[in-house]
Design a binder for this molecule. Structure first.
Ligand SMILES: Cc1ncc(COP(=O)(O)O)c(C=O)c1O
Length: 358
C-alpha cells in the first residue's frame, strides 16, 4: 500500500493566478509603476556586493529600520515575512492552539479562510451587510458566541475597495481579547491606518505588504506590525531565514526613497480615480450591465454585473486581464493609457452585449 494524502490536502488545487500573456495586466492589484533607472542602478550596485555565500539576517534589521522610518513606527514592532501571505499562514499555524475557532468575513481576501482551514481551525464566516459594510458590532457578537480566538480581515477590503474608519476598527480591537489581524495591504491608498497606535493594544497585529503601493510584488516582502509581546512570539515561530538577502537589500534600497514612494502612491490614487470615473460613466450608459460601480479607497474598482464572465472573456480576447468573482468584476488601476484602453474596450464590449433574460 502506498502513501495516502491526508484528507485536508487531497482535494486542494494549487493556486492558479490568471495565466497567459497579456498586453495589459489589471487582475492582481499590482502597481503599474516600475522602478526608475536611477533606483535600478543603485540596486544593481548593492546586489553586486552581497555575500551570497552567507545566510541573510533573520530579523532583516536593515530593512525593518528603513520600513519603520517610512511609516513612523519602531523597528521593534516589525516581523518580516515572505510576502504577507506567509505571515497569514504563520498566524494561523503558530499563534493559535489546536481547534481554536477563527473568524473571517465575506467577501474578503480568500487566503484567510484557506490558511485557517489548512491549519485545521474551525473557520466561521461573517457575511457583510448591504454594500459590503462590515458591521463591527456583529463581529463582536460572533466572537463572543463562537469563542473566536482570532479574527482576520482586510481594511481597506480586497475585493470590495471599501474601508472601515479608524474609530470602527478601534471599537473592534478594544471590544475583545481575541487576536485581531488587521490586513492593511491597501492602506497606503487611504488615511485610516492604525499603525501609529500599535503599542496601545496587546491583541492587534497589522499586516503590511511591499506588493501594492510600494510596487515590489515580485520581491515577496511583507510585515507583521505588533506590540512587543506578539512580535517576540512571531519572530520566534517564523522560519529563521524566511526572507532572502536580495529581497531584503532591494526592499531596503527602495524604502530609502520616501519621496519617490509618496509620488508613486499619489499616481496610483489618481489612476484609480480616472478608472473609477470612466467606469461610472459606462454604468450610466449601460445601467443593466454595469449595475453598480463601488466607490474605492484602494488601487482597484469593483463592479456588479450579471455579465462578469462574458466581459472578462471579451477583454481576454483583447489581451487584457482583469479579475472575476461570481457576479462581479474587479479591475486594478493601470497607467493612464492602460485605463483608457480598458475603458474604450469596455465601451465596445458593453454596447455589443445582448440583453440578459430575467
Ligand atoms: C488583502 C491582501 N492581503 C495580502 C495580500 C498578499 O500580499 P503579499 O504579496 O505581501 O503576499 C494581498 C494580495 O493581493 C491582498 O489583497
Amino acid at each position: 500500500m502506498g502513501y495516502i494524502l491526508s484528507d485536508k490536502v487531497r482535494n486542494l488545487e494549487p493556486y492558479e493566478p490568471v495565466q497567459g500573456t497579456y498586453k495589459i495586466r489589471l487582475d492582481a492589484n499590482e502597481s503599474y509603476l516600475s522602478l526608475t533607472p536611477a533606483i535600478r542602478e543603485k540596486i544593481g550596485k548593492l546586489v553586486s556586493q552581497l555575500d551570497f555565500n552567507r545566510y541573510p539576517d533573520p530579523v532583516a534589521a536593515d530593512l525593518c529600520k528603513q520600513y519603520a522610518a517610512v511609516y513612523g513606527i519602531s523597528p521593534d514592532n516589525l516581523t518580516v515575512g515572505d510576502g504577507s501571505d506567509e505571515l497569514i499562514s504563520i498566524l494561523n499555524n503558530c499563534m493559535l492552539q489546536k481547534n481554536d475557532p477563527v473568524l473571517t468575513v465575506s467577501d474578503d481576501f480568500s487566503m484567510y479562510a484557506f490558511y485557517g482551514a489548512l491549519s485545521e481551525h474551525p473557520v466561521f464566516v461573517q457575511p457583510k451587510e448591504e454594500d459590503f459594510r462590515l458591521d463591527v458590532d456583529r463581529s463582536l457578537a460572533m466572537i463572543r458566541e463562537h469563542g473566536i480566538k482570532m479574527m482576520i480581515f482586510s481594511n481597506p477590503c480586497n475585493p470590495t475597495g471599501r474601508g472601515l474608519t479608524r474609530d470602527e476598527v478601534r471599537k473592534l480591537v478594544k471590544g475583545t481579547d481575541a487576536l485581531i489581524v488587521l490586513d492593511e495591504a491597501y492602506m497606503d491608498f487611504w488615511d485610516q491606518s492604525l499603525l501609529s497606535e500599535i503599542d496601545r493594544y496587546d491583541n492587534l497585529v497589522i499586516l503590511k505588504t511591499c506588493s501594492k503601493a510600494l510596487g515590489l510584488a515580485g520581491l515577496r516582502v511583507g510585515f507583521a506590525v505588533a506590540g512587543k509581546t506578539l512580535t517576540r512570539a512571531l519572530r520566534a515561530v517564523k522560519s529563521p531565514y524566511n526572507v532572502g538577502l536580495m529581497p531584503q537589500t532591494v526592499a531596503a534600497a527602495v524604502l530609502s526613497e520616501p519621496d519617490y514612494l509618496r509620488e508613486c502612491a499619489g499616481k496610483l490614487v489618481c489612476s484609480r480615480e480616472q478608472l473609477g470615473e470612466g467606469l461610472c460613466r459606462l454604468s450610466e450608459q449601460f445601467p443593466a450591465i454595469f449595475q453598480k460601480v463601488y466607490p474605492s479607497v484602494t488601487n482597484f474598482v469593483l463592479i456588479r454585473t450579471p455579465y462578469a464572465s462574458e466581459i472578462q472573456d471579451a477583454l481576454k480576447e483583447r489581451q487584457i486581464a482583469i479579475r472575476k468573482f461570481p457576479g462581479y468584476l474587479r479591475i486594478s488601476a493601470g497607467s493612464p493609457e492602460e485605463n483608457q484602453t480598458v475603458l474604450d474596450c469596455l465601451s465596445d464590449i458593453l454596447a455589443a452585449l445582448p440583453e440578459k433574460e430575467g
